[in-house]
Design a protein around this ligand. Structure first.
Ligand code: C5P
Length: 297
């Protein structure tokens, strides 16, 4: 018997970042949108905890207990006083270290899958608690759709979305470490007065109307200067996508995946083709959102 859970990637349509807190984290105003690019996490009873991974980026995924999916199984087992005897297989399609919450997706997926496999019957609130302990983006991977994340990103308020948004994602040649990007943000903003981050009302209105043009005009990512500073070549990727007809362009989360909001699926296909024909990215994917969060198949 096994359980498979499908979990989407995310793009941040607003990533407002405040000053570093005493605990080292940053307060965020983080508008998440789940998009239809998925990892699938399958759990099967086994003699001991084991993680395997398949997919084009599989060699970049750690298979030890630092893997967020393994940590999710360990956290749930510990709460119930049971052995985490499970084989976790991750069929990976979300880029690794790409700023699209791939690790968080696997974490939420493993948690939901183990809960179903073990019949632990955790409430939604307990699952969200465990998610928040394991990472700032993990609660959103569980709920999906669109939500505003505050605190370090883990406190979620659902956002209304009045339509489907079409995106192209350009995958970069290498990854970026999220802590390194936040450290670069700290370095670039040193000595500046950083206001507390707040959700942009025009962005929330654009989401609720399903208005792609208005959303494109409101896209912001306070981590983008830091990501570009560590990965200057991304500027050319953004320019290429903009020139090809994207309404709005930005770095996804801490990067280095770049995101291109398009008026419709046809334009997205053309923008993706232009990006692939340029030498400014490794590959592209098109995906629409919002989509639901972690779902048992
Ligand atoms: O929460 P998570 O483990 O995903 O965060 C990874 C790293 O990103 C943290 O260790 C921290 O360096 C940085 N981070 C941050 N502020 C946040 C979220 C993450 O500084 N709100």
């Amino acid at each position: 018997m096994s359980v498979t859970v499908r979990v989407p990637a995310k793009v941040n349509v607003q990533l407002g970042v405040g000053a570093a807190r005493p605990d080292g984290f940053h307060d965020l105003a983080n508008a998440f949108l789940a998009v239809g690019l998925y990892d699938e996490v399958t759990v099967t009873p086994a003699d001991e905890l084991r993680v395997t991974c398949s997919g084009p980026d599989a060699d970049k995924v750690p298979l030890d207990r630092t893997n967020l999916a393994a940590r999710a199984a360990l956290a749930l087992a510990e709460r119930r006083g049971i052995e985490p005897s499970v084989h976790i297989h991750i069929a990976k399609d979300i880029p690794v270290a790409g700023g699209m919450a791939g690790g968080s997706a696997d974490c939420a997926g493993a948690l939901v899958a183990c809960d179903a496999l073990w019949g632990t019957d955790a409430s939604r609130a307990e699952l969200l608690d465990i998610c928040a302990e394991l990472g700032s983006d993990v609660p959103f991977s569980l709920v999906g759709g669109a939500a505003l994340g505050t605190g370090r990103g883990e406190k979620l308020t659902p956002l209304e979305v009045g339509g489907t948004f079409h995106w192209v994602f350009a995958m970069a040649g290498r990854g970026l470490s999220t802590p390194a990007v936040f450290r670069e943000f700290d370095r670039l903003t040193e000595g500046h007065d950083i206001p507390a981050p707040e959700a942009d009302p025009s962005l929330l209105a654009a989401l609720s109307k399903g208005d792609a043009e208005a959303l494109a005009a409101a896209l912001t990512n306070d981590l983008q200067p830091a990501a570009l500073s560590l990965y200057p070549e991304l500027a050319a990727t953004l320019e290429t996508g903009r020139g090809a007809g994207a309404l709005g362009v930005l770095v996804s989360g801490s990067g280095p995946t770049t995101a291109f909001l398009c008026p419709d699926a046809d334009t997205a296909a053309k923008v993706a083709q232009t990006l692939r024909d340029s030498d400014t990215c490794r590959t592209t994917r098109t995906a629409a959102g919002p989509v639901p969060g972690a779902t048992v198949l």
